[in-house]
Design a binder for this molecule. Sequence first.
Ligand code: FES
Length: 166
Amino acid sequence: MIEQPARISPSSLPENPRRTFLVRVIQGVHTTIGATLAFVLGGAALAPGLTRRERLWLSAGDLSALRDGEPRAVTLRVARQDGATEAVDRRVVFLVRSGDGGVRALDSTCTHLGCRTRVNADALQIECPCHGGVYDLEGRVVAGPPPRPLDELPTRVEGTRILVQV
Ligand code: FES
């Protein structure tokens, strides 16, 4: 007759300090990974709401300085908090009087690779010096590689003062 080995249940095993230590180390690693993931994913979910910048209306000059069909480059200074200090970004926009008495503000940043565009007053168009992108005075692409029109910023006129939202 073959003798069967006695069955041993896990709870009847004597406490092994080495095994207990390893189990605690593994639990600690799992807890650390979980906390790190919660921190990273929670931060990613909350960050857009915390970093959303307030939209500002900035004065961009007087309406009387604009002539029909002549774009005018204006540099806007946009203050923003950068850690403990305040930084000032400069943003160049082209103001163009629109037919309805309003003003159009075109961002001067080329939509191809981000070069600063400039107005060609003779040709009445906006040109990018980097790769030959050309836009009309409404910001539409006329030639070259830009994939889309220049960005347009909201404007309003108060009295004769032009305000641009950045
Ligand atoms: S960056 Fe303006 S055309 Fe390429």
